[in-house]
Design a protein around this ligand. Structure first.
Ligand code: GDP
Ligand code: IMO
Ligand code: MG
Length: 426
């Protein structure tokens, strides 16, 4: 088993960075396949904390090849900044490769994201993600390689695009536009700086898979933020689900051996949109405080609620999960009792499948079961058997409700605070 896709099974921030870093100890290659600098992946090693946005969470291992795939929208300024930040901390970044055909996030995308969100109220990260993907689909975007090819063609396309975006910015929003010449020079300069990292990444990944090397695809965001399968329109503009790994890395589905869903032992969401198990009471406050649920990218407080097994079963379905990593189990340490949502009540009936429209979802009430808490510190547990009986009982219930084995369990943010039930890379 050599190629594993890691996906967020909820609304993002499940601890994908931590689990990726843990698995990267054994992986030869870690690949980001979608999203952009909207992602904020935290890795904690001893007393050091790293926040990664565009660079894969395997970067702390100098021998691991880290790839930013073609499906990632790349903010050149941000990735240069992130590289410099890592280098200043003594991290070797020479093993990074960035897809030459990745779409570029330009300053006008970020400006439009901010302006458009004032009306659409999605609560985006304002990182230009939606507008950049929209341009890609509309076939008017720029890929990194465009800035390395014919200057004349580039200039005329770039000028036309900036002028078009300026009309929207000025005429619809009465805001200031961009000087295309200056923007082009800045972008060319940034692409120049990144040149040593650029590669045909699909080919690199394929070579690794052919040689039976261990490849980890690091999803960003989460299943419920998927543009097609999430809680539309309150979603991101890419495919965080496992299928997105094939498109965003340039490999076929037959290359993938296992799909690992990362899920918190409760649920959080940042930004607007439906969230059936959201808590507005003291329990929600406890989850936010204990879990330190504040956004890694934007600092916004995350909305918190109980674990939703309907969401997890849906994640099992749309990702084809073979394994689960349960994270932040320690955050539940203080509760006398813990709830799990097992179904939704919709028009008086119990439903067990996640509804396919937001209008139905908005009319759903969660149905809970209540389990006894453990009220003790589990953050030092290193094996499954170290966990108190009530923790194992809780995990067994989650396994019964999802039908997927829990290969990894996280009891703290540190690399070593990870219990292994089943090795993903043998
Ligand atoms: P990601 O976007 O999925 O990588 O998750 P984030 O990094 O945005 O948010 C997860 C937060 O929880 C980070 O601050 C992690 O350091 C932290 N974290 C991850 N796993 C655990 C865990 O098992 N216990 C606790 N207490 N914190 C964790
Ligand atoms: P990681 O990878 C949590 C949310 C935003 C907003 C919606 C759309 O750290 O788990 P966007 O800027 O993508 O157009 O915003 O998606 N969102 C995230 N929520 N974790 C993330 O990434 C997110 N990336 C985007 O809050 O609701
Ligand atoms: Mg995050």
């Amino acid at each position: 088993m050599a190629a594993v896709v890691l996906v967020g099974a909820q609304w993002g921030d499940e601890g994908k960075g931590k689990i990726t870093d843990f698995l990267a100890q054994k992986a030869d290659c870690v690949v980001r396949y979608q999203g952009g600098s909207n992602a904020g992946h935290t890795v904690e090693v001893k007393d050091e904390k790293f926040m990664l946005h565009l660079i894969p969470s395997g970067i702390l291992y100098p021998a691991t090849l880290c790839i930013v795939g073609n499906g990632v929208v790349v903010d050149l300024e941000k990735i240069i900044e992130e590289l410099a930040g890592l280098q200043q901390r003594g991290i070797d970044t020479s093993n990074l490769r960035i897809s030459r055909i990745a779409p570029v996030v330009l300053p006008y995308h970020k400006k439009l994201d901010t302006l458009e969100d004032r009306d659409s109220h999605i609560g985006t990260t304002k990182r230009g993600i939606g507008p950049t993907y929209a341009d890609k689909i509309n076939r008017i975007g720029f890929r990194i390689a465009d800035f390395l090819e014919d200057r004349e063609i580039l200039e005329s396309r770039f000028k036309a695009q900036v002028e078009y975006k300026n009309r929207i910015i000025r005429e619809i929003y009465q805001e200031e536009g961009f000087d295309w010449k200056q923007l082009l020079e800045e972008t060319l300069e940034q692409v120049g700086q990144l040149k040593p990292y650029l590669a045909d990444t699909s080919y690199l990944i394929y070579q690794h898979i052919q040689e039976d090397k261990k490849v980890l695809f690091e999803g960003a965001q989460g299943t419920m933020l998927d543009i097609d399968h999430g809680t539309y329109p309150f979603v991101t503009s890419s495919h965080p689900i496992a299928g997105g790994a094939c498109v965003g890395a340039g490999i076929g589905p037959t290359c993938i051996d296992r799909v690992l869903g990362v899920a918190k032992a409760y649920t959080t969401r940042v930004g607007e949109g439906p969230f059936p198990t959201e808590l507005h009471d003291a329990d929600g406050q406890i989850l936010r405080q204990r879990g330190m649920e504040f956004g890694t990218t934007t600092g916004r407080p995350r909305r918190c609620g109980w674990l939703d097994a309907v969401v997890l079963r849906y994640a099992v379905r749309v990702n084809g999960l073979t394994d689960l990593a349960i994270t932040k189990l320690d955050v539940l340490d203080d509760f006398a009792t813990i709830k799990i949502c097992t179904a939704y009540r919709y028009k008086g009936q119990l439903i067990y499948e996640f509804p396919d429209t937001t209008s139905i979802l908005n009319q759903c009430e969660p149905e809970y079961i209540e389990l006894p808490g453990w009220q003790q510190d589990i953050s030092h547990a290193t094996t499954y058997n170290d966990l108190p009986a009530n923790v194992r009982n809780y995990l067994a219930k989650v396994e019964e409700l999802t039908g997927v084995k829990q290969s990894l369990i996280a009891v703290g943010p540190g690399r070593e605070q990870t219990i292994v039930n089943d090795q993903l890379y043998k």
